[in-house]
Design a protein around this ligand. Structure first.
Ligand SMILES: [Zn+2]
Ligand SMILES: [Zn+2]
Length: 250
């Protein structure tokens, strides 16, 4: 992705509440699902990914299903794709049942089984093993890595404006901060330091608001009004520690 585009997308994401990388990851996953439903339901490559992973992960399965039904008014694309998947999984389950000797076992095999102990077969169904991860998650991973790298480079270099935008935003969630720091090298050390210092400052405020909320809930202090920041601190804590939408790869 072009560096300018990464920078523009980062700025847009920094305007929103919550972690900018979580937003950008979700946006790229949503774009993929939307364009799939719009024009790629019958595209062989897209279908190959879908069949190879035996459908998508739980989150993206429901996202694609509900999105098509809500926005496109008909679940036709999902129906076409899952009809194909039904065929494939039926074949695989049939092959598994056959390997186990469950499918139409002839009468003489049953008798043979009694007089000749059959080797115990493991029940693990290797036929049902997906060949790849959910494609939508892979798209999200790539967007996440690209934008994290872009963010670290931007706050390491001369882009002081982006530093200001970042400092005014909610900053990275903890999983993305950890991921960014794990991927950082000496070239972006200034940026890594800036991200950590910002997180330390924001965590200090968050901790204070959480403790004030707790204190003002005590019976003795019930007359003290809680601020808006104190009332919503728990939501910011969830977003910081869990990430937005709860979906972050390590
Ligand atoms: Zn995040
Ligand atoms: Zn997924």
């Amino acid at each position: 992705m072009a560096r300018d585009l990464v920078s523009v997308q980062l700025r847009a994401a920094l305007k929103q509440p919550g972690c900018p990388i979580c937003h950008l990851r979700s946006a790229s996953e949503l774009r993929y699902i939307h364009s799939l439903l719009w024009e790629s339901v019958n595209d062989p490559l897209t279908r190959g990914y879908f069949i190879g992973s035996l459908g998508y992960c739980r989150e993206h399965t429901w996202q694609m299903g509900l999105l098509e039904n809500d926005r496109f008014g008909s679940p036709l694309g999902n129906s076409i794709m899952y009809e194909h998947l039904c065929r494939v999984v039926r074949q695989q389950l049939g092959a598994y049942a056959h390997r186990m000797g469950w499918a139409r076992r002839p009468w003489w095999r049953r008798w043979l089984h009694l007089i000749w102990p059959w080797p115990v077969q493991r029940l693990a169904a290797r036929e049902l093993r997906p060949k790849a991860r959910c494609r939508v998650c892979q798209i999200g991973d790539r967007a996440e890595q690209t934008h994290l790298r872009g963010l670290l480079q931007a706050v390491s270099g001369s882009d002081s404006e982006l530093r200001e935008w970042y400092a005014a935003s909610d900053g990275l969630c903890l999983p993305h901060l950890r991921q960014g720091l794990n991927a950082a090298d000496r070239n972006v050390e200034d940026g890594a330091r800036f991200l950590v210092e910002t997180a330390l400052r924001q965590l200090g405020s968050l901790q204070h608001e959480l403790s004030e909320f707790e204190r003002k809930n005590a019976w003795d202090n019930r007359h003290e009004a809680k601020t808006e920041a104190e009332n919503t601190a728990w939501l910011r804590a969830l977003a910081f520690f869990g990430g937005m939408n709860g979906k972050v790869s390590e």
